[in-house]
Design a binder for this molecule. Structure first.
Ligand code: THU
Length: 135
């Protein structure tokens, strides 16, 4: 896990897409809007935002929406995941997302950003969830 002092233009443009997607979040209960982007090895980008529900536990996180979109379109080759949160510090994915990422995108590079993209952490699935559950 490392803090990046700069990111290249390609990464920046994908992170920007995740930021745009953040505004689509449906988060009337927490008011905590999250955006995500999933980059496949073939160069496709899938976007996601968190979608909440009055029955709170039905809420789904932004990164799982983006990842499930990519997987459901047939991509098994996830190169990178970008997540951007609303706070001043980079977002930290929840445990459920870490478990899902470990299974579906275990070799991906994961970028976690604060709201204005001035603080970005680069990490990976294993680092986010050491000794994760497996069958
Ligand atoms: N959330 C995400 O979408 N991704 C994360 O990494 C952390 C949390 C969402 C779930 C819920 O809608 C809101 O943020 C507050 O927990």
């Amino acid at each position: 896990m490392k803090y990046l002092t700069e990111i290249d233009d390609t990464l920046k443009s994908i992170l920007n897409l995740a930021k745009e997607q953040q505004s689509r979040a449906y988060a009337p209960y927490s008011n905590f809007k999250v955006g995500a982007a999933v980059l496949t090895q073939s160069g496709k980008v899938y976007l996601g935002c968190n979608i909440e529900n009055a029955s709170y536990s039905l809420t789904i996180c932004a990164e799982r929406v983006a990842l499930f979109k990519a997987i459901s379109e047939g991509h098994k080759d996830i190169k990178a995941i970008f997540v951007i949160g609303p706070q001043n510090e980079p977002i930290s994915p929840c445990g459920a997302c870490r478990q899902v990422i470990l299974e579906l995108a275990k070799d991906s590079t994961i970028y976690l950003s604060n709201s204005d993209m001035t603080k970005i952490i680069e990490t990976n699935a294993k680092e986010l969830l050491p000794y994760g559950f497996d069958l």
